[in-house]
Design a protein around this ligand. Structure first.
Ligand SMILES: [Zn+2]
Length: 405
């Protein structure tokens, strides 16, 4: 399909990295780019004007959450997600597949997408029980809001995403836990492939009906967990799926990874995916992982970490993350990050930020989210610029030598 124009401006001499421009119906995304997460049609604690002022070009909302509350039809009646949330730039919606993971197999096990990561990345803060059941047809959920039963199929996920009206939508998939057996990873991947075909067919049949969804681009999601043979099979499958039309407009790389070999998994996949279509590494956003992804040919990233950390007081600096609540910062009159040129670092001291968090002032969460988002968005922008300038490796080396994980 041709809902997007993607052009590559420059490629890395070593590795698969590239700088490009992705043209959507609501404007350009300069890639590689970090996508700000606005799960429930809001980037938590920030106005869209603030989000824009941080340099964000694109936001990603969550299909599952918006379907339950306020409902996709309601958003459609407001003229779609762009008008509803007053964001005029590009929007993506995920398929809801990740919620299969967070409500199902991962629930209660304190398992994150990344195995052996020290950080406990609880996928969904609203999860209240083991609420999802997967079948060939789709997923049956119990709403975490009111306990009502819902059944989401690939076709229904596409219908919901057509109602929401994002520029880029995703095929329905099942994201497995990194701790699942090979047999289950394979079974889930094969099911995801069948769901991808159904998603593509359903999207295309609605496109042919001329109901206003023809400008929405559809990305397929590569799964396969940590297993090389599965990742490669999944990339081959997604790359070659189609007709209808030319297959997917781009690709998500989903599922579980281990921190140590995430680079390999991304490389296996991106060596197979067609070069001329954009690739989105789903749910990954720590600085060291962003360098790895960019170097291995990823064009788009999203992650709740910058805003979640920002609300909690864990803030990024050039020398690593700090917990601004710590007593050591109470009398610190210096800027949050001396190397950062964002509004927060320009205007407020560490001591003041420390006070806001300790006093539970909601302004703390707003300022922390602003700085963190600026930090991550602009880190990826600098990676892009250094690809263009042929200085990516020097930039990476310089940044990572100072940044303590
Ligand atoms: Zn800053």
């Amino acid at each position: 399909m041709t809902a997007l124009n993607f052009s590559i401006l420059k490629e890395l001499d070593s590795g698969l990295g590239r700088a490009g421009v992705l043209e959507t119906p609501h404007g350009l995304i300069n890639t590689p780019a970090f996508v700000s997460v606005g799960t429930k049609a809001a980037v938590k604690a920030l106005t869209v004007e603030q989000v824009k002022s941080l340099g964000a070009e694109v936001v990603l909302s969550n299909t599952y959450h918006l379907y339950l509350e306020p409902g996709a039809k309601r958003i459609k009646s407001f003229g779609g997600l762009h008008k509803f949330m007053n964001w005029s730039g590009p929007i993506m919606t995920d398929s809801g597949g990740f919620q299969v993971f967070s409500l199902g197999s991962a629930y209660g096990k304190q398992v994150s997408k990344i195995a052996r990561s020290e950080e406990k990345n609880i996928p969904d803060e609203n999860v209240v029980g083991n609420l999802a059941k997967v079948s060939e047809d789709g997923v049956t959920f119990k709403s975490h809001l009111d306990g009502s039963l819902h059944h989401i199929t690939p076709e229904k996920s596409i219908e919901i995403q057509h109602d929401l009206g994002a520029d880029i939508i995703f095929a329905f998939d099942e994201c497995t836990s990194p701790n699942e057996s090979f047999e289950y990873q394979e079974e889930a991947m094969e099911r995801t492939h069948r769901w991808a075909k159904r998603s593509l067919n359903h999207h295309y049949s609605n496109v042919l009906k001329n109901i206003g969804v023809e400008k929405q681009a559809l990305f397929g999601i590569v799964q396969g967990g940590r297993v090389e043979s599965l990742r490669k099979r999944s990339a081959e499958f997604m790359a070659n799926l189609g007709p209808p039309a030319g297959g997917f407009d781009g690709f998500g790389i989903g599922g579980s990874f281990s921190k140590e070999d995430m680079d390999k998994a991304v490389k296996w996949v991106n060596e197979i995916l067609p070069k001329d279509k954009p690739r989105h590494l789903l749910g990954i956003g720590e600085p060291e992982d962003l360098f790895m992804g960019v170097e291995n040919g990823v064009d788009l990233f999203d992650c709740v970490a910058p805003t979640r950390n920002g609300r909690g007081g864990t803030l990024y600096t050039a020398t690593g993350k700090i917990n601004i609540r710590n007593a050591e910062f109470r009398d610190d009159e210096g800027p949050l990050d001396p190397d950062c040129v964002c509004e927060v670092c320009h205007n407020y001291s560490r001591g003041y930020l420390c006070h806001l968090y300790r006093a539970h002032e909601i302004l703390g969460g707003t300022l922390g989210s602003m700085h963190n988002l600026y930090f991550i968005i602009n880190l990826v922008k600098r990676m892009r610029q250094t690809i263009i300038d042929d200085t990516f490796q020097d930039f990476k080396k310089g940044f990572l030598s100072k940044y303590k994980k």
